[in-house]
Design a protein around this ligand. Structure first.
Ligand code: AP5
Length: 221
């Protein structure tokens, strides 16, 4: 299963991608996570991407496409993958199609998680992450067992730099201008599945799995 999760900042792409990756036993490929690791490691990519990410702007297409191509060539992605946060622009989507076609592959479905803006703001402002293992929590909806501390490794949780108000505004604008048009792009290809992203994470996961099932074709339609 080759899957893309689309949605604005805070829609729950990362949360659902992690659940689906475990259930389907295929890798979760998050360009946001890969770029954040590059920033932390101080690589050339990280030095270029860091300031753009902190301000909420998109990283240039050529940088992001390169890292996704490399990641999808890893052996664990041969049986499928879940892309989270990529593609984010029409050129990225076109380059993904071309890259997959070169290996006789194609996307199976693109899930768009739909969440109202007030809920997105609530989710983003309450999100806390573990800087060590990347676990994601929410201070109200999904709190750690001990406040401010990662359940898995005991590291102190932090707020993402780009989750500050000004950067969130820029990220929302970037989504509306550059990423939302991908819904039409994939609808025209018959790949788009719209899923309500409000509710308990397990209910949303069930809705995503349902949406991924091949559609029945009505005879004569
Ligand atoms: P990225 O890391 O991809 O950020 P994003 O798209 O803004 O998405 P988020 O991580 O904010 O949200 P999410 O949808 O994953 O929600 P989550 O599951 O965490 O990208 C960051 C930056 O990197 C970009 O701004 C850009 O600079 C750069 N970048 C990345 N990819 C790029 C690309 N392809 N091209 C160019 N630049 C790129 O959930 C949010 C919160 O809500 C959490 O606290 C969670 O616990 C909670 N939550 C989740 N689901 C539920 C639920 N059902 N009910 C209640 N709470 C919930």
């Amino acid at each position: 299963m080759n899957l893309v999760l689309l949605g604005p900042p805070g829609a729950g792409k990362g949360t659902q991608a992690k659940r689906l990756a475990t259930r389907l036993d295929i890798p979760h490929v998050s360009t946001g996570d890969i770029l954040r690791q590059a920033v932390k490691d101080g690589t050339e990519l990280g030095k270029k991407a860091g300031p753009l990410m902190a301000s909420g702007k998109l990283v240039p297409d050529d940088l992001v496409v390169g890292i996704v191509k490399d990641r999808l060539l890893q052996p664990d992605a041969a049986k499928g993958f879940i892309l989270d946060g990529f593609p984010r622009t029409i050129p990225q989507a076109e380059m993904l199609d071309e890259g997959l076609a070169r290996h006789d592959k194609a996307l199976d479905a693109v899930i768009s998680l739909e969440v109202p803006i007030e809920t997105l703001v609530e989710r983003i402002s309450g999100r806390r992450s573990c800087p060590r293992d990347g676990s994601v929590y929410h201070v109200v909806q999904n709190p750690p067992r001990r406040a401010g501390v990662c359940d898995l490794c005991g590291t102190g949780l932090v707020q993402r730099e780009d989750d500050k108000e000004e950067s969130v505004r820029t990220r929302m604008q970037a989504y509306a201008a550059s990423t939302a048009p991908l819904k039409d792009f994939y609808a025209r290809r018959g790949l788009l599945r719209v899923v309500d992203g409000v509710g308990a994470p397990e209910a949303i996961e069930a809705a995503v799995l349902q949406a991924m099932k091949p559609r029945e074709v009505t005879p004569g339609a």
